[in-house]
Design a protein around this ligand. Structure first.
Ligand code: ADP
Ligand code: ASP
Ligand code: MG
Length: 438
């Protein structure tokens, strides 16, 4: 007998119908002993995610506008599920407590975490599993990083007392304040990974609304092919670059413990989905594994004659970026040029000061700034064994009149990152997909 941790995302627990599918999946395999759930997501196009409604409550609270009406919509959705599935659970006390705390200005993370809390209570009741709260078990340090060892110890000690349990995703406790602390959006994937590691699961199943990781975002490439197998490294590259199926930080805890991740479709449990393992399968002959990208980056391109001979130039550039407390993404260099790529969100309100410092301290011949850049990564372990991959990619883009504004090939030879104008984002992804799938 094995042990499986199954995480169900927002769409998989969106209403009674989805919860029935979840229950069938769990009951089908007794190894599925620990379940992690998100807050209910959208039931149809144009619907609201519970977490988004909770964020809306927060905005109201910050503007001193009562949020009782929005909170009532949230309560009604949970109550509808309870009635739909005829569950013997009374959430009135929980609703009252949350409402009361919100009226008294509850902290942000507490408010937005309540979707997962209520979702896990309902799911536990429906499955007949224990409800185990992650508050006090998943521990964050004061800088918002998970204390992995402590979390692991606390989760495994608590879960050893429960043969079968449902846990809420997305949050834990800030060790300094003792208050609820959430992950970034999509963070229930991380909770699932931490639970899988703590109980030494044989597999971490991540149940969502697609039959695994696809070669490209299905909203951009209709009918994108599924990826059967992928290595942690490739997946991390794709997740980081915008393939939003799995939170990028969900990989580290399971990778550390050597636990494979299996991405599955709650609406099509017969599909095998994607299996993510430590190593790239050497028998696998595919050239690229997937394509992912994100919009809205700024490129600062700096030119200076014989820049490569000037010792310390890049170091001084990076100190300027560091002084402004900015995270950068890439820094491709040439003989007389160096570019630095930063997400627009990160550099918002700081660009002018950064440029002034660069001019003053580095005295470049010229600086170009582009603020409408999308980054697209073409990822695959197979690329390093094949000559001509970049040529194929670039000529396909040229044929489609897509101008490449930046190129960065990682030293791992596992990815090629290009920058294109935001307006070309989707067509560039489709072009690359077609070039490698003819
Ligand atoms: P959940 O709510 O189950 O956590 P998410 O919405 O976070 O699900 O992730 C699944 C979604 O990720 C899919 O519905 C799809 O729109 C999107 N997506 C983006 N890139 C990819 C990709 N390469 N393969 C599959 N899905 C992708
Ligand atoms: N409910 C949270 C969100 O919408 C976390 C998650 O679903 O993973 O971001
Ligand atoms: Mg998700």
């Amino acid at each position: 007998m094995g042990l499986k941790v199954a995480k169900f995302g927002g769409s998989s627990v969106a209403d009674g119908i989805q919860l029935e599918k979840m229950r069938k999946i769990i009951m089908h395999d007794p190894d599925r002993r620990y379940v992690v759930v998100s807050a209910p997501g959208k039931r149809f196009d144009g619907d609201n995610k519970i977490t988004d409604l909770l964020f809306l409550c927060l905005t109201q609270m910050e503007n001193n506008i009562p949020c009782d009406q929005i909170f009532q919509v949230i309560c009604d959705r949970f109550t509808a599920v309870k009635l739909n599935l005829d569950l013997d659970i009374d959430l009135t006390e929980d609703f009252d407590e949350i409402r009361e705390r919100m009226r008294n200005g509850a902290p942000k993370d507490y408010v937005v975490s309540r979707g997962e809390y209520l979702s896990a209570k309902i799911a536990a009741c429906y499955l007949g599993y224990d409800f185990v709260d992650t508050e006090g078990l998943i521990i964050f340090d004061k800088r918002g990083r998970v204390k992995l060892d402590e979390t692991d110890a606390r989760l495994s000690e608590e879960l050893a007392k429960h043969e079968r349990a449902v846990l809420p995703g997305f949050y834990g406790t800030n060790e300094e304040t003792g208050e609820v602390r959430t992950f970034s959006r999509g963070g229930s994937d991380i909770t699932g990974a931490l639970v899988a590691r703590a109980v030494k699961a044989d597999v971490y199943e991540n149940w969502t609304d697609v039959s695994g990781f696809l070669m490209a975002d299905p909203r951009i490439v209709k009918g994108a092919k599924p990826i059967g197998n992928i290595s942690y490294m490739e997946l991390r590259e794709l997740s980081y670059m915008g393939a939003s199926v799995l939170h990028e930080d969900a990989i580290y805890p399971v990778r550390l413990a050597g636990i494979p991740i299996n991405i599955r479709n709650t609406n099509h449990p017969e599909d095998q989905g994607t299996v993510i393992t430590a190593e790239h399968d050497p028998e696998d002959k595919r050239v690229i594994t997937g394509i992912a990208g994100n919009r809205d980056f700024t490129v600062i391109a700096i030119y200076k004659n014989t820049l490569n001979k000037e010792i310390g130039f890049v170091r001084r550039l990076l100190s300027i970026i560091e002084d402004h407390r900015i995270n950068f993404e890439h820094i491709p260099t040439g003989i007389d040029t160096v570019s630095i790529i930063i997400s627009n969100k990160e550099i918002e309100g700081k660009l002018d000061d950064v440029l002034e410092d660069i001019n003053l301290q580095l005295k470049p011949d010229n600086i170009d700034v582009y603020t409408d850049i999308s980054l697209i990564a073409t990822v695959g372990c197979g690329m390093s064994f094949r000559p001509g991959v970049s040529a194929m990619l670039f000529s396909a883009l040229a044929k489609n009149d897509i101008n490449i504004r930046m190129i960065d090939q990682g030293s791992s030879e596992m990815n090629i990152i290009i920058g294109v104008a935001n307006k070309d984002f989707e067509s560039a992804i489709r072009t690359i997909y077609e070039a490698f799938n003819e």
